[in-house]
Design a protein around this ligand. Sequence first.
Ligand code: FE2
Ligand code: FE2
Length: 153
Amino acid sequence: MSRLTDHAAADAIAAHHVELSGDIGRRVDALVATVRADEPYEDAKREVLDYLDRELLPHAAAEERALYPAGEQIPATAALVRAMLDEHRRIVATVDRLRVTTDAVGAATSASAVLALFESHLAKENDFLVPALVADPEVELGVLLEGMHALVG
Ligand SMILES: [Fe+2]
Ligand SMILES: [Fe+2]
């Protein structure tokens, strides 16, 4: 990937968030549907978890390396970033709850909670953190994202 301008980088982050939430949403919907139909849910649960392990958790880890340190340096977003790190911890804990749950209702509720937490989290990233990074003349968002496939797909 060649270096992106700040605005192209912001667009790429937002587009990747759309992709992640759509992919997670479809898998969670499928899991909830099997539970509602009283069908075996284990395969649908595994589909959700595999995706979270393969895409969502690496995405959060990459943000903590590439994006959040820059946000912590900006006074206006330092507290926001701390709260968002907290949300990452809560998302990871909810993914772990899904991992260890051994019943259908637990799987459906944990998976739905991951989706809801992630959607409200990514809205903060798109609407507050990324615009602040783009607006800061010291931050070169395109440079921060170089090679970060977990952030831009
Ligand atoms: Fe995040
Ligand atoms: Fe994100």
